[in-house]
Design a protein around this ligand. Sequence first.
Ligand SMILES: [Zn+2]
Length: 264
Amino acid sequence: MPELPEVEVKRRYLEGNSLYKPVIRVVVPDARVLDNVTPSSLGRELKRASFVAARRRGKYILLPTDNGRTLLVHFGMTGDIFFLAKGDKRPEWNRVEFHFDNGSCLHYTSKRVLGKIALFPTTDDNDIPDIARLGPEPLSRGFTFKRFQAIVSPRGSAIHSVLMNQELIAGIGNIYSDEITFQAGVRPDRKASSLSPERLRRVFDSMKRVLRRAIQAGANIDKYPDDFIIPHRKRGGRCPRCGGALVKKTIGERSSYFCPTCQN
Ligand SMILES: [Zn+2]
């Protein structure tokens, strides 16, 4: 599932190719991904409108338009979005197409139809319920260790589950939570409330570092640092630091991988 780094990379992509182009037509090959609109209302409300910005909150992309609306895009497990110039080959699992007046097009794809597209009559992100319920952005400058500590340290659940709770902190999922706790040397199943301020500080610092580093690498797993655990999160995976076997454990119904030697 795309998490903060993947979605941020997509946001930058859309910012570079999809703004200030009037939409002339919306085609919906599969309406199951539409959340609060019908194919015809989506087409009608976006007709002649242009996206004027590409923003991200948590795992969501927001595309406000010059006619006072915002398209909300969520990728779910298998969603993606592609910009196609005129004549480019169409992607697979295509669910919604936004055709621009110069012949280019945005294609929202989703193999398992778990993502969603919604349209809201506002350009204020906080008027959108999905966004209003989100916790702070982990990379925002205002998200200091003090704020992190105030959110995390009272929690009696595993640090893995706390990091993944979108209402507490936005954008982190299973994969990056594993990386953050690995880099911090903290077991993902440790109760958040049991972590000392020093250990919590290590989790906070590695949260910022891991997310920034992943975005810098274009969220491309082949370009991640050699000491990242993410490429080894699989059966038979070994710790990139000590070479020991990684342990897979279900924490809050999600599978977490960690190194029992390097994390405690
Ligand atoms: Zn290890």
